[in-house]
Design a protein around this ligand. Structure first.
Ligand SMILES: [Zn+2]
Length: 291
């Protein structure tokens, strides 16, 4: 059982950076080849030690690059999807539904933070769930601003191992800048008052989730890609894809899902999937943030 020993944060904003079009089988083990739009979002928490951000979405360069479009398309075809079949029902609607992803104008991280009056240089720490390009695209901007970046040791080691390929969603430009101020984590870690990093390996070798404790709304757990969709949690179905590719990774994904469900039950926490537009829209922050 996880006990929260780290106090409380004061308030929290949920920021959608953009979205991506992916086959359900990427999110759900044994899932269909149907394409769906999934939001890219971050969690911004105000703590007694300053602003803490969880995940950054995709960077502008990656969003605009043909090679990114080609890579998403290839993954969809590989899963057996019809690339022209995608539809969406929830807002926000994709500005161009024939593309594979979209992001806020300019740099999505900068633009999203600006909606709540925060600049990148105001961040005390950024925690990155894992180094897939739809989560790590803002790291170069964090490096520019000198903001420390917390990451699990196994994630950084995997990224640097040569096995983390662009075709598998890893974009080396995101994590190669020598100026990045890494804060390397080895296990569950309280990183600020009310903010705890939870180790949930499987989707990638060093994947982490985030637990936030607020004064009025209590404990929230953001699964990130340990559970993309509500369906993962409702049916206890692990993620559809493990970057490490071994039986150990597959088992880890199942164990991590069990762990999040157990933690949420123990702490009476709100457990939030990482890429579910229905859930995201239902929990969007009020204008002053969640408290
Ligand atoms: Zn991922």
């Amino acid at each position: 059982m996880t006990t929260n020993t780290g106090g409380q944060a004061s308030h929290m904003f949920l920021l959608q950076y953009g979205a991506e079009r992916v086959p359900r089988s990427l999110s759900l083990r044994g899932g269909s080849s149907d394409l769906g739009w999934e939001p890219l979002y971050g969690v911004l928490v105000d703590t007694a030690e300053g602003w803490v951000l969880f995940d950054t979405g995709m960077g502008r360069e990656a969003l605009d690059a043909d090679v990114t479009q080609d890579s998403y398309r290839a993954a969809a075809l590989d899963a057996g999807a019809d690339p022209d079949s995608a539809t969406w029902s929830m807002h926000p609607a994709p500005p161009d539904p024939t593309r594979w992803n979209w992001g806020l104008e300019g740099d999505p991280l900068t633009a999203a933070l600006a909606t709540v009056g925060v600049g990148i240089a105001d961040l005390r720490l950024a925690v990155i769930s894992h180094l897939h390009l739809d989560h790590s695209g803002g790291i170069p901007l964090l490096a520019d601003a000198g903001v420390p970046v917390a990451i699990h040791r196994a994630e950084l080691e995997f990224a640097r191992s040569g096995k983390a390929l662009f075709e598998e969603g890893f974009r080396a430009e995101d994590w190669s800048d020598p100026r990045i101020r890494w804060e390397v984590l080895d296990g569950d870690t309280d990183v600020a008052p009310g903010v705890r990093v939870l180790c949930t390996p499987g989707h990638t070798p060093g994947h982490v989730s985030l637990q936030v404790t607020l004064p009025d709304t209590g404990t929230w757990i953001f699964a990130a890609d340990a559970a993309d969709l509500g369906q993962n949690l409702l049916d206890r179905v692990p993620c559809g894809y493990c970057a490490g590719g071994t039986a150990v990774d597959e088992a880890g994904a199942a164990t991590s899902l069990d762990r999040l469900l157990a933690d949420a039950a123990d702490l009476d926490a709100r457990l939030i999937p990482g890429h579910d537009q229905l859930v995201f829209n239902a929990i969007r922050h009020p204008s002053a943030g969640h408290r």
